[in-house]
Design a protein around this ligand. Structure first.
Ligand code: GRF
Length: 189
């Protein structure tokens, strides 16, 4: 059985997709970690009955100090895998090393193209015919870790940014739970 901690800062649609997919399996989302007091994802966790740990980075001098406080809390939940899903912060080396090769992230572009916070808009404006989403391992950089899997879609000429974004999210919601299952079941090492 695998325990997943999802880290999210905002809407939480990926958190929801992962929690729903794992619900009837031998794995579970054991914890949500959130750094924003009013994020909608908090409500989703409450409705799903999933425990929450909040982390307020602003109360600390450094990222390391904040995550040093988080580590013992994570240990209580016996976390096997950390899945970043719209967590709008770069993790410090302290946490990355503590969960070495057990932290993954989803990004709404075909990395290495369009890393950073505007992946969707930059993909949309790029004119690229092939677009998509990426799951990768987390290292010290911003969206730089080794790629685990990508899923592609074709550009639809004249499509609005809003519709494009919906298609990207639909891809994410399919791919992320799939990769998490494969990792927890030992099909990805
Ligand atoms: C997703 O597009 C994800 O790829 C990016 O942030 C967004 C989070 O969306 N890193 P949500 O909070 O899961 O709805």
């Amino acid at each position: 059985m695998g325990n997943v901690a999802v880290f999210a800062s905002g809407e939480g649609s990926n958190f929801q997709a992962i929690a729903d997919a794992l619900k009837n399996s031998r794995h579970q989302v054991a914890l949500l970690v959130c750094d924003k007091k009013k994020a909608h994802v908090l409500q989703r966790a409450q409705e799903a009955g999933i425990p929450v740990e909040t982390i307020n980075y602003l109360q600390y001098r450094t990222r390391e100090a904040a995550e040093k406080d988080l580590l013992p809390r994570l240990e209580q939940y016996s976390i096997d895998l950390i899945a970043l899903a719209g967590f709008m912060r770069l993790l410090s080396p302290l946490l990355v090393d503590a969960y070495k090769d057990r932290i993954i992230n989803i990004h709404p572009s075909l990395l290495p193209k369009y890393p950073g916070t505007h992946g969707i808009e930059e993909s949309y404006k790029s004119g690229d015919k092939e677009l998509g989403v990426t799951i990768h391992r987390v290292d010290y950089g911003l969206d730089t870790g080794p790629i685990i899997r990508q899923r592609k879609m074709r550009r639809v000429e004249g499509e609005s940014l809003e519709d494009f974004e919906s298609r990207i999210h639909a891809l994410e919601h399919g791919l992320y739970p799939e990769v998490i299952f494969d990792i927890l079941e030992g099909r990805i090492h």
